[in-house]
Design a protein around this ligand. Structure first.
Ligand SMILES: N[C@@H](CCC(=O)N[C@@H](CS)C(=O)NCC(=O)O)C(=O)O
Length: 251
């Protein structure tokens, strides 16, 4: 499951490398917390994260990345969840959430947030990162913002279409909930619930830690605010907030 062993980190606690507000990183963080695995989180800044991840010898640049106590790497929220052994998964639902719903949500929100200088997204992305990396992020923000928008194809003119696509993902998940009830698999909270709640959290905005603090300072632009308000009462997003309140144990 984990990549080739490395030695620099041997014998230490697992180190979770994150882009702190990322919903994939929250998925991994929550799974570690749910399994009571003691770990350290290192928050990286977008841009300079590339150097840190490359230096570790990871095969891709994406986060989350878990550096294990034996020095090996576990990259990707799905693999990290596998590693934690959290039960209650539903591979089909999780695959759609991870590969379709979550990237769409990210593209849609960033298409509104990145071009708006008052959205607060720069500070949210750089908060809690090393001082040097935050400074680089601040100084290079005009370029970084454009690179991020290009990387995600997060273009404001795509917003109407992206909003419609996110809406239809909520239609799908409303139907899943109507069929399954409170929990997606069996009668108790498990991996599929955690996956869905964390990957949908950026739109549900649960007022529960750590999501509450990580998203503090976001001012939703006018291009998004009315849709977020409208979506807020959908069964899917009510469910996400309920799952957070009931199951996101304090760190
Ligand atoms: N399927 C991956 C997606 C991870 C992902 O896309 N992470 C983004 C942050 S939301 C990232 O690290 N982007 C920067 C990069 O790829 O260099 C997972 O579940 O971990």
């Amino acid at each position: 499951m984990a990549d080739a062993p490395r030695t620099a980190h041997e014998g230490r606690r697992p180190l979770l490398l994150t882009l702190a507000p990322s919903h994939y990183c929250e998925r991994a963080r929550w799974a570690l917390d749910a399994q009571a695995i003691v770990y350290v989180e290192e928050r990286l800044a977008p841009g300079t994260h590339l150097l840190r991840v490359k230096r570790l010898g990871a095969s891709a640049t994406s986060l989350p990345l878990l550096l294990l106590g034996d020095g090996s790497l576990c990259q990707g929220s799905d693999r990290i969840l596998d590693w934690t052994g959290l039960p209650g998964g539903d591979p089909e639902i999780e695959r759609r959430l991870e590969q379709k719903t979550a990237p769409l949500i990210r593209q849609c929100l960033y298409a509104g947030l990145l071009p708006d200088p008052r959205s607060g997204i720069r500070d949210v992305l750089l908060r809690g990162t090393r001082k040097r990396d935050a400074t680089i992020g601040w100084l290079t923000w005009p370029l970084l913002r454009r690179i991020m928008a290009a990387g995600m194809n997060a273009r404001p003119h795509l917003l109407p279409d992206l909003i419609a696509q996110v809406d239809s993902e909520f239609d799908w998940f409303d139907r899943v909930l109507a069929e399954r009830g409170d929990y997606l698999v069996g009668r108790k909270f498990g991996r599929a619930d955690l996956t869905a709640a964390s990957l949908l959290a950026p739109v549900a905005v649960p007022q529960v830690e750590p999501v509450k603090s990580l998203s503090a300072g976001i001012r939703w632009p006018r291009s998004l605010a009315p849709f977020l308000a409208k979506w807020s009462d959908r069964p899917t997003l009510k469910w996400v907030r309920h799952v957070y309140e009931a199951h996101r144990a304090p760190l």
